[in-house]
Design a protein around this ligand. Structure first.
Ligand SMILES: [Zn+2]
Ligand SMILES: [Zn+2]
Length: 168
């Protein structure tokens, strides 16, 4: 799988990093043995001093709100006769698994490279300037993409984690 990458440099020093879109699947093992797929996001990790990917930890409150929305949508008389639509049932099952993961989760998001917590979600504004101030005191920016920039090949990888994001 070949994906375009975002090259990131620093306005203040020679730092160079790559925002790499790697085909990774995060698979969490809950204490019950159930596995739930998780999300990740690009971050700045101050432990790695680099751009990394980290877990995206979703709070149980926002998942509960989504579940409630589906339940309310299915509360009409017709729906009471026929039950939940197939799509809603599938969505509900998916959200309930996510909720069990959120409830089993105690620690904040971890960097997928070093496993530490010193991660900040990485964002760029429309000018390509990031929200991250580098250790040199200047900000990181996204280098405009060149069409012939090298591409990297990555094999799909599954990262298995426990509910608290530790590799298993
Ligand atoms: Zn710098
Ligand atoms: Zn790290």
């Amino acid at each position: 799988m070949s994906m375009p990458n975002g090259y990131v440099r620093c306005h203040g020093c020679t730092f160079e990093g790559i925002k790499q879109h790697r085909p990774i699947t995060l698979e969490y093992r809950l204490p019950s043995g159930e596995t739930v797929e998780g999300f990740r996001r690009f971050t700045w990790c101050s432990t790695c001093n680099n751009i990394t990917e980290a877990e995206e930890v979703i709070e149980s409150g926002s998942i509960q709100a989504e579940i409630k929305k589906i339940e309310q949508r299915n509360r009409g008389i017709a729906k009471r006769l026929f039950g939940f639509s197939r799509e809603d049932l599938a969505e509900l099952k998916y959200l309930q698994a996510k909720l069990r993961l959120a409830q089993a989760r105690h620690s904040p998001a971890r960097c997928l490279r070093c496993g530490e917590f010193a991660v900040t979600p990485l964002k760029f504004d429309s000018n390509g300037t990031s929200n991250i101030t580098h250790s040199c005191g200047r900000s990181l920016f996204l280098v405009p993409e060149e069409p012939d920039a090298p591409r990297f090949m990555f094999l799909p990888e599954v990262i298995r984690l426990d509910a608290d994001g530790r590799r298993i």
